[in-house]
Ligand binder design. Structure first.
Ligand SMILES: *Cc1c(COP(=O)(O)O)cnc(C)c1O
Length: 226
């Protein structure tokens, strides 16, 4: 296996201009993150608050930490002071808590709404209809300490590339709808976070401008207890 630095450089160089790479470092060591950092990568994604906190404390301050995992409301307070983008907002309740914690630390926290387009039941995220309702309900417009930057989604874990493409296309269409209806005058609503190691090529053809890549950079993850 080639070293992390070689893999991340190859991936970065292959991405079209204007596409942001989030290096997903969950379950990988601080040393692995440093190897990627030394190539110039500054955006890293983590899925667990208890793993992100020590990494953020030990590693360089100019890293932009993205939170990509399911976020419990009672943990928002730990990451609100420093997180640069939360990809996984899937309820109004969570949005309210991020706004509240943003106010407490005098920040505006950037977020994406997580859309559920995959077939699998187990995935988190708002259905297109639920997301439409959240936006129509309008309470988010009064929130001064949270800013909706766009949408995130994950496709089904299947081999059928057409299905994956259809799911990303659904997210992309809804992004266009939301942009037109609610964010036409909001240049910050600019983010379409779809695509992981196995499907980012498809995601790019379906409008992604942010990809979240873990194992293709860092290798397979070993989960605790395995
Ligand atoms: C783990 C994870 C990724 C990265 O997955 P890879 O297949 O390792 O690239 C991307 N997005 C989310 C939400 C994840 O949890």
């Amino acid at each position: 296996m080639e070293p992390i630095a070689a893999r991340i450089e190859a991936i970065s160089q292959s991405l079209p201009k204007g596409v942001t790479l989030v290096a997903v470092s969950k379950y990988h060591t601080e040393d692995a993150i440093v190897q990627a950092y030394q190539t110039g990568q500054r955006i890293f994604g983590e899925s667990h608050v208890q793993e992100l906190l020590p990494k953020a404390a030990h590693l360089p301050d100019d890293i932009e930490w993205h939170f990509i995992g399911h976020l419990q409301t009672n943990k928002v307070k730990y990451i609100a002071p420093f997180v640069s983008l939360i990809h996984s907002v899937d309820s109004l309740r969570l949005l309210r808590e991020i706004d509240r914690q943003g106010a407490r630390c005098q920040r505006t926290v950037d977020v994406l709404l997580e859309l559920h387009v995959a077939q699998e039941e187990s995935k988190f995220g708002l259905t297109v209809e639920a997301c439409r309702q959240l936006l129509a309900q309008g309470e988010w417009k009064q929130m001064k300490h949270v800013r909706i930057r766009g949408l995130m989604t994950m496709a089904s874990f299947v081999d059928d590339e057409q299905q994956i493409a259809r799911e990303f296309a659904t997210a992309n269409q809804f992004w266009e709808e939301a942009k037109l209806r609610y964010f036409a005058d909001a240049p910050w609503f600019d983010t379409r976070s779809w695509g992981m190691s196995d499907d980012y090529g498809i995601a790019l053809t379906e409008g992604a401008n942010m990809v979240r890549i873990g194992s293709a950079i860092f290798g397979q993850r070993t989960y605790p207890g395995q």
